[in-house]
Design a protein around this ligand. Structure first.
Ligand SMILES: [Cu+2]
Length: 153
């Protein structure tokens, strides 16, 4: 392989990693960077995170989600109870008007059960979010080893 070809290949490999942040628009909603943490191959579940921004004045509500890669997807929250962290299913997550709903580790998440297989760092899988007003929004969830930088603040 010539030097020129090697450089072109390096560039082709570099850019999908740099263009890692991705987002989706649906009506007044903006869904920022859906991602999931890479799990061990034997893990029975995985969780998806994202931030829903609502630019409209009216609130919307996330009613549920589904994906072809898992048997079941549920909306979950983490709660403190008797000094323990546990998670439980919630029926809806409100996205306030001119506000946002954050899905992040130790908070709201979309819990995936019965995965066909665990995905690896760098892979993506489809997820459909069902909103009361905005309707169905299909996003791609980026699988990452570590939480994106935005999650640290
Ligand atoms: Cu959960």
């Amino acid at each position: 392989m010539s030097m020129k070809h090697a450089l072109a290949l390096a560039a082709a490999l570099c850019c999908p990693l740099l263009a890692n942040a991705h987002d989706y628009a649906a009506g007044e909603l903006h869904i920022e960077h859906p991602w999931s943490r890479e799990m061990p191959p034997v893990a029975p579940t995985a969780a998806a995170y994202f931030i829903v921004h609502n630019q409209g004045a009216q609130a919307d509500r996330l009613l549920g989600a589904d994906t072809p890669v898992a048997a079941k997807a549920e909306l979950h929250e983490h709660i403190h109870q008797n000094g323990l962290m546990k998670m439980q299913q919630v029926q809806v997550v409100e996205v306030p008007g001119k506000g946002q709903a954050r899905f992040a580790p130790m908070g709201y998440h979309v819990m995936l059960f019965g995965l066909q297989r665990q995905f690896k760092d760098g892979e993506r899988f489809p997820l459909t979010l069902h909103f009361e007003r905005a309707g169905d929004v299909q996003v791609e969830v980026a699988v990452e080893k570590d939480a994106p930088a935005a999650e640290h603040h």
